[in-house]
Design a protein around this ligand. Structure first.
Ligand SMILES: Nc1nc2c(ncn2[C@@H]2O[C@H](COP(=O)(O)OP(=O)(O)OP(=O)(O)O)[C@@H](O)[C@H]2O)c(=O)[nH]1
Ligand SMILES: [Mg+2]
Length: 641
């Protein structure tokens, strides 16, 4: 059955609550204080069946100017509005303000109820008021809507109103129940034997009894214990229904109006939102950059600062891009409408659309750039918006769920689009297991950084064969996730632009050319180690006899090690690799014949002092040639066979 929500709107005392009671039989003013003062304070809820059989959910709002914030919360999620205007008073301040709020929230359809007609005897007066109202509706979404004359006191016009509502209900487009569930909470109470119940109009998705949900922005995880639509128990609810959700094991005190109940992971609390913002032409003064404002989204109201991105002030009647910086975390999705009210005096001054719920902070020159970039989000189609966010994620890359939170496009659509983009190379998947991807421009940019970093490293250390992988990663302008880093290195290696070995990386073009001086140093070093065989000098002693600078000595030494000419056995102790290899052969032969070897036996074999034999034995252990058992060495298992 189609479910449509009607909201009231209009000036205080114009007869909204009486009208709803006359229509539905339900008195929505439940509070003692409301009865006492004869005004509505809190939102009221009712429902009625229309002549066509459809059920209409009703949200009755207060008209008092002090409770406009409740009205904004109530108007969130309504499909139709009944703008109630008392025939004896005509258009009044909150008639205007409520209309502006409905326009800002993009309520699409509705009608006008000219009520209390029994109080007007003069037909000319009635005509005049009606003319006024027609004038007032010009250029609004209610222009040309039906204006129905009603008296809640006598019942006159009620049937006509019901027929008109039934007609309108058919024109309401059903909401999509695709994607994650989301419901801005407008009421919380606890019921004996049930626990905590929240109510609201579900904005999107479906929800079933037993489903896990999360209460945002505090992120309490809980479960759906029971569901009601218009006081009837149901198993499942859909987008656009007036719903009461009984939550499992949550204290009433931890939830409040403004919170959002949603599918876990569907939202991310944020203190910054990039928006398209408009200032009403009725706003008394321009909105200054960094002005304090009241930001209403869903059923929440928060203090915030409006950072204008491309101007110092927003003139009434104009629009701009802005970053809303909130005093408290909220949740919002792309496309959500919001209302702005001035800090003091409190008054509705504007509103707009959420473009990016998780932006970075825009400052300085970045503000203008951000405004230009946001224009693409405002005008782009779904494909543009997806690719925009993939690019915006830059070196972090994205996964589908993160993209869903940013774009408010259901996961199924996203997955299809991403497959198409992947085959067109418009997105690059770098982590298949976690389905993470990035923009090809970003990949190019990372590759460029890697090549540049390597080039400057080679210039700085011309004799080093390559750059340690970790050092390369650390010197990139932004940190990279390990999987992405390895992906980039693999790609560059596949393109023959770099060569990688276990722990280091170099440009494919990097060759080591020794200068004449360095070649002289190299020869001297090699000679020194060749002559000394198994009893080499400390390198510092070799270096003392060399020409050139200590830095050159060290570079040439490291280069010889990386080439494999020399082998480092311990700090400052190097051997000619050929000497070590010859010794290793003798050692292995001995162990094969005798099974084990003691340290003195090794000393005999090498004819060297303990200064060398102990490091050498430890070196062969570390190389997994030998294994130490007590004071003896044996061949490692894998080698003995
Ligand atoms: N004679 C007459 N009185 C009406 C009619 N409708 C409402 N009233 C009276 O007008 C007063 C205000 O009516 P409400 O329905 O409370 O007005 P409201 O718009 O809900 O007021 P708020 O919610 O406080 O903004 C009450 O005393 C009603 O009895 C009507 O059609 N005819
Ligand atoms: Mg009322």
């Amino acid at each position: 059955m189609k479910q449509v929500i009607l909201g009231t709107a209009g000036h205080i005392d114009h007869g909204k609550t009486s009208l709803i009671k006359a229509l539905s039989g339900i008195d929505t003013d439940r509070l003692k204080e409301e009865k006492l003062r004869g005004i509505t304070i809190e939102l009221g809820f009712a429902h009625m069946d229309l002549p066509g059989g459809e059920r209409l959910g009703i949200v009755d709002v207060p008209g008092h100017e002090r409770f406009v914030k409740h009205m904004v919360a109530g108007a969130t999620g309504i499909d139709l509005v009944a703008l109630v205007i008392a025939a004896d008073e005509g258009v009044m301040p909150q008639t205007r303000e409520h209309m502006e709020i409905c326009e800002l929230l993009r309520v699409k359809k509705g009608l006008v109820v000219l009520t209390k007609t029994d109080l007007v005897d003069d037909p000319d007066w009635l005509e005049m008021v009606q003319e006024d109202v027609i004038d007032f509706l010009k250029d609004t979404f209610l222009e040309g809507s039906e204006i129905i004359r009603v008296s809640a006191a006598t019942g006159e016009g009620l049937e006509e109103l019901k027929q008109a509502l039934a007609k309108l209900v058919h024109q309401v487009e059903p909401r999509s129940s695709e994607g994650p569930f989301r419901l801005p909470v407008d009421r919380v109470f606890s019921m004996r034997g049930f626990g905590t119940v929240v109510t609201g109009t579900s904005a999107a998705g479906k929800l079933h009894i037993g489903d896990p949900v999360m209460v945002y922005p505090k992120q309490y995880k809980t479960k759906v214990r029971g569901l009601q639509v218009h006081s009837e128990e149901v198993q499942e609810i859909y987008a656009g229904q007036r719903t009461a959700i009984n939550l499992q094991a949550v204290e009433r005190a931890v939830i409040q109006r403004g919170d959002v109940v949603a599918t876990p992971g569907a939202l991310v609390p944020t203190r910054m939102i990039d928006v398209r913002m408009e200032l009403l032409s009725s706003s008394p003064r321009p909105l200054k950059n960094r002005a304090k404002i009241r930001f209403h989204t869903g059923t929440a109201e928060h203090l915030a600062t409006a950072v204008l991105l491309d101007r110092e002030e927003l003139v009434p009647g104009e629009q701009t891009f802005a970053q809303v910086r909130l005093d408290q975390p909220v949740t919002a999705l792309r496309g959500d409408r919001f209302v702005l009210r001035s800090y003091s005096p409190v008054q509705t001054i504007g509103g707009g659309t959420v473009l990016h719920p998780l932006p970075r902070k825009h400052k300085g020159h970045g503000k203008l750039e951000a405004a230009v970039a946001l224009d693409a989000l405002l005008r782009g189609d779904e494909d543009d918006i997806i690719l925009w966010h993939v690019l915006d994620a830059a070196w972090f890359g994205l996964a589908v769920d993160e993209l869903q939170v940013r774009t408010n496009i259901p996961g199924g659509h996203l997955e299809k689009a991403l497959q198409r983009f992947a085959s067109q190379k418009k997105v690059i998947f770098f982590d298949r297991e976690n389905q993470r991807f990035l923009h090809p421009k970003v990949l190019e940019n990372i590759q460029h950084s890697v090549l540049e970093t390597l080039a400057s490293y080679h210039q700085l250390y011309p004799l080093k064969t390559g750059m340690p992988k970790e050092e390369l990663a650390a010197q990139l302008p932004h940190p990279l996730e390990v999987k992405l880093y390895n992906f980039v290195l693999r790609q560059l290696a596949d393109q023959d632009l770099i060569a990688t070995e276990m722990e280091w990386v170099r440009l494919q073009t990097h060759k080591i050319d020794l200068s004449r001086d360095e070649e002289g140093i190299r020869q001297k070093i090699e000679q020194a180690y060749r002559q000394s065989g198994l009893q080499p000098p400390f390198f510092k002693d070799v270096a003392a006899s060399l020409s050139g600078t200590p830095r050159q000595h060290q570079d040439v030494l490291e280069w010889m090690v990386s080439l494999g000419t020399l082998t480092k056995v311990k700090e400052d102790i190097y051997f000619l690799t050929a000497v070590i290899q010859e010794l290793q052969q003798r050692l292995v032969a001995f162990l094969k014949e005798h099974g084990e070897m003691s340290t003195p036996q090794f000393k005999d074999m090498t004819q060297a002092s303990r200064k060398y034999t102990i490091p050498l034995l430890e070196y062969f252990d570390a190389q997994r040639i030998t294994i130490r058992i007590g004071d003896m060495r044996r061949l490692r298992e894998s080698r003995s066979g």
